[in-house]
Design a protein around this ligand. Structure first.
Ligand SMILES: C[C@@](CO)(OP(=O)(O)O)[C@H](O)COP(=O)(O)OP(=O)(O)OC[C@H]1O[C@@H](n2ccc(N)nc2=O)[C@H](O)[C@@H]1O
Ligand SMILES: Nc1ncnc2c1ncn2[C@@H]1O[C@H](COP(=O)(O)OP(=O)(O)O)[C@@H](O)[C@H]1O
Length: 284
């Protein structure tokens, strides 16, 4: 029986986020570039004799049945080929509602790990299909590669990007609901599609940023601070922003100038999610 299988569940950033249309069901068509970063939640899996799903740890404020970890586990019950149960402990480091995709990452990690522990035998593409029913960002975390995305995040084009150092900044107690931003009347929904092969950071933008900065002045203040030092942008629907540096030392230097009330992290961009590598090593 597996005891305390610890897997790192990474955060992501959206280097850019263009909204290119809206579907009849209300969901928005996007173009984006996802990359994983070295900020992780830790999920620890322990098999139990009782055939139940137990959840412990710190996803405060989210009930068990709304927790994306639990929801992901539930989705795999029809494919489960063991009578053992599972206890999942979450040690959360990724801020919730920060545009860093922590919830989606946890869901994907759970799908990938339980697919193995429960001998479900599902292919990665099947896990991605199950994933998108949990959240638009789940497939990219199952895929595990830096990727351009289209649709609502289900069409992925793997790519490679050089390693960069990011200073991530979040105004304290600032949580932005993805649904609220997408519900905003004044959101730009008709950005022209770009050719991913021509992608340049400076020629792209985040369509959610004008809405988030006008509704949350602290996000605007955070970006103003970062922009004094480096190219900077909001990730996803906010509330985190990132500034881009070519060395860790530069990022650390600017981190020291953080205004009071802004939480910061210096991270590195990753080529791949650590989950697939963790899994192969741990479940050998
Ligand atoms: C826009 C992104 C970019 O990464 O923002 P972040 O959430 O990471 O900030 C994501 O794709 C978000 O994905 P995710 O957070 O999984 O969203 P979901 O749970 O699927 O959707 C939450 C709500 O946002 C709206 N929604 C979401 C995605 C989308 N492409 N169009 C939408 O209109 C819908 O109203 C939906 O009910
Ligand atoms: N395991 C989880 N971790 C984080 N958030 C979760 C989780 N399960 C459900 N949620 C809900 O999903 C929302 C979005 O979380 P998250 O993916 O971390 O942020 P974002 O969508 O801004 O990138 C949270 O505000 C929370 O209500």
């Amino acid at each position: 029986m597996i005891q305390n299988l610890v897997v790192q569940s990474p955060a992501k950033i959206n280097w850019f986020l263009h909204i290119t249309g809206q579907r009849e069901n209300g969901y928005h068509e996007l173009q984006t570039l996802f990359q994983f970063i070295s900020l992780y939640d830790e999920l620890s899996f322990t098999q139990t004799l009782e055939n139940t799903i137990e959840l412990t740890g710190d996803t405060a404020g989210v009930s068990k049945t709304n927790n994306l970890i639990y929801k992901a586990a539930e989705k795999l019950i029809p494919y489960k080929k063991t009578e053992l149960g599972i206890q999942i402990h979450c040690n959360k480091q990724i801020p919730m509602g920060g545009g860093l995709g922590g919830g989606s990452s946890n869901a994907a990690t759970c799908l990938l790990v339980l697919n193995k522990l429960w001998n479900c035998g599902l292919a990665q593409t099947q896990l991605m299909e199950i994933g998108v029913s949990l959240g638009a960002d789940v497939p990219v975390f199952v895929n595990g590669q830096t990727a351009f995305a289209e649709g609502i995040g289900e069409f992925l084009y793997d790519t490679k990007q050089s390693t960069q150092y990011l200073l991530i900044a979040l105004p304290e107690n600032c949580h932005i609901s993805t649904q609220d931003i997408f519900g905003e009347e004044n959101l730009c929904r008709n950005t022209a599609k770009i050719d991913f092969e021509q992608y340049q950071f400076a020629k792209t933008h985040n369509d959610c940023q004008p809405i988030a900065t006008s509704r949350f002045p602290l996000v605007a203040k955070t970006l103003d601070w970062l922009l004094e030092y480096a190219p900077s942008r909001m990730t996803g629907t906010g509330a985190c922003s990132f500034a881009v540096f070519s060395s860790k030392n530069e990022a650390l230097k600017v981190q020291k100038t953080a205004p009071i009330g802004i939480q910061t992290w210096v991270v590195e961009t990753l080529q791949q999610s650590p989950v697939l590598k963790n899994l192969n090593l741990l479940l050998k």
